[in-house]
Design a protein around this ligand. Structure first.
Ligand code: HSE
Length: 313
């Protein structure tokens, strides 16, 4: 007998990780969204409440990332029943921490626990991607995949995505600093140039390859040398007051690299665990000099992905 009421949690995530625009991300389980689904005889998707740190999101299912992901799942499996949906937002709006993705992921993970022959994780990734497209205006998996799978995740392909969880040296931690500002993902994508200079392309390709190789071989020096975005960051930094100062302060405090989390305004720095406190303090201080308050976390880059929290018959 499948449960008729399920709650699932999906963590936030840092997308792009400086060098993997739209294809690389890692989960951040200090923040996350919870979705509770109740099975209904009436077909369709009915969002009954949105609570937590964000409340003013669309209740209309096809304009909400969780709602759209559930509609995609219903179509995919031709489900003969519907869902009442309660969304508890733990991830601030337009923060660059993957909130849109987390709601979509939590919704499909909860739905998957209610059906016979559950979808595979790759199938869940595909339906959740349809949900997130509502918020960002395009399909990309760099928030969805880490939120679903956990850890540092590379996604290759869109229609037939292939997902690889990348090992990260144990010593490396991430400092996440969320300034109290909002940046719309759609806007942050709209300002990007449609073309890339050849020399930047070569550097970014080398940096992505170097970063991934460094992760597999525990090569901290290669990770540090590679963790630099030469394409996206320079176009988006205007959206984040004090960006250069915060980044420089993080590097001076010992960070291996520091860049924008997803579309921003949150920044992340990767560093050795022993340096994390100093890096966090340096970033916080620089934002404070700009008169900007922050939330901040020190997290492992190896946290778990989305999971069911509770079920009832
Ligand atoms: N890769 C995406 C971007 C993440 O940077 O626009 C935010 O959805």
């Amino acid at each position: 007998m499948n449960p008729t009421r399920v709650t699932a949690f999906a963590p936030g995530s840092v997308a792009n990780v400086a060098i993997g625009f739209d294809i690389l991300g890692f989960s951040v389980d200090s923040v996350g969204d919870r979705v509770t689904l109740t099975r209904t005889e009436r077909p369709g998707v009915n969002i009954t409440s949105i609570t937590g740190v964000v409340e003013d999101l669309p209740l209309q299912a096809d304009r909400n990332t969780a709602g759209q992901a559930l509609l995609a799942m219903q179509r995919y499996r031709n489900l003969p029943f519907g869902f009442d949906v309660q969304i508890e937002k733990g991830i601030p709006l337009a923060s660059g921490l993957g909130g849109s993705a987390a709601s979509a992921v939590a919704a499909v993970v909860a739905a998957n626990a209610m059906i016979d022959e559950p979808l595979t994780r790759i199938e869940l990734l595909k339906v959740a991607m349809e949900g997130e497209a509502v918020a960002s205006g395009s399909r990309h998996a760099d928030n969805i995949a880490p939120s679903l799978f956990g850890g540092l995740v590379l996604t290759v392909g869109i229609d037939e995505p292939r997902v690889k969880q990348i090992p990260v040296p144990q010593l490396i931690h991430a400092v996440i600093v969320h300034p109290h500002l909002q940046v719309s993902t759609k806007q942050a994508r709209a300002i990007l140039s449609g073309t890339v200079n050849m020399s930047d392309f070569v550097w970014q390709t080398a940096n992505l390859a170097g970063f991934i190789s460094g992760c597999y071989t525990n090569d901290l020096d290669l990770i540090k040398a590679s963790l630099e975005d030469v394409i996206i960051e320079k176009q988006r930094q205007v959206l984040i007051p004090g960006f250069q100062q915060v980044r420089s302060a993080a590097l001076a405090a010992g960070a291996l690299g520091c860049s924008i989390s997803g579309a921003g305004p949150t920044l992340f720095a990767l560093c050795l665990e022993q340096d994390a406190g100093a890096v966090r303090a340096a970033m916080e201080d620089e934002f404070a000099k700009q008169g900007i308050e922050t939330d901040k976390w020190i997290v492992s880059v190896q946290s778990g992905g989305a999971h069911v929290v509770s079920t009832s018959a």
